[in-house]
Design a binder for this molecule. Sequence first.
Ligand SMILES: Nc1ncnc2c1ncn2[C@@H]1O[C@H](COP(=O)(O)OP(=O)(O)O)[C@@H](O)[C@H]1O
Ligand SMILES: [Mg+2]
Length: 191
Amino acid sequence: MEEKTFLRRTIRQRRRALSQLEQQQASFSLVQNIKKLSELKRFKRFAIYYPCNGEISLLSLLTHLKKHNKIIYLPILKGKKMYFMRYEGKLKKNRFNIPEPAQHFQKIHPSILNVIFTPLLAFDDRGNRLGMGGGFYDRCFHYLSFRSNKKPLLYGVAYDWQRISNLTPNCWDIPLHKVITDQRIYDFYEH
Ligand SMILES: Nc1ncnc2c1ncn2[C@@H]1O[C@H](COP(=O)(O)OP(=O)(O)O)[C@@H](O)[C@H]1O
Ligand SMILES: [Mg+2]
């Protein structure tokens, strides 16, 4: 079996096996760490995701951001493409059973967003990201690889045990600027 396929399967199994209490505690610590970021005060437009299959949850961050009058976006999948849509409260499930914004506002370019928090299966010490294998984030942020304006900032979020020593990136993989876990904040300054 290909190494990445094996890694994806192993991590998904481990994530699904977490108890509700473990998930809640990790999510609480993660959001505490995110709240330490100065970007949260400085910026206005944030994209998050709706947690599925044991992904570490950002739902309490959503409440926090709303309270502070931030504008929140969630991803929408259409075929092989991913867009970000403003989230105003109503959700409906997509083909992967993931809730998406039900109300459709005008389509935006992702470069108007300040920070995108992305889920992942594994990350390494250089900010490489292993996703579920759909390549949605890589396609959506392909433009970042040839633009000097690094907008938005891509921040991965994960359980700390999802860090592995070395991922071999493919040429299309878009690296992360930071990863925030339940244990710490990793900065990848080189890009
Ligand atoms: N910029 C892109 N243009 C076209 N296809 C892409 C692009 N980025 C990624 N892909 C496709 O997405 C697929 C999955 O990418 P991969 O990096 O393995 O998944 P993930 O990032 O979800 O872990 C790849 O087979 C690749 O062909
Ligand atoms: Mg990739």
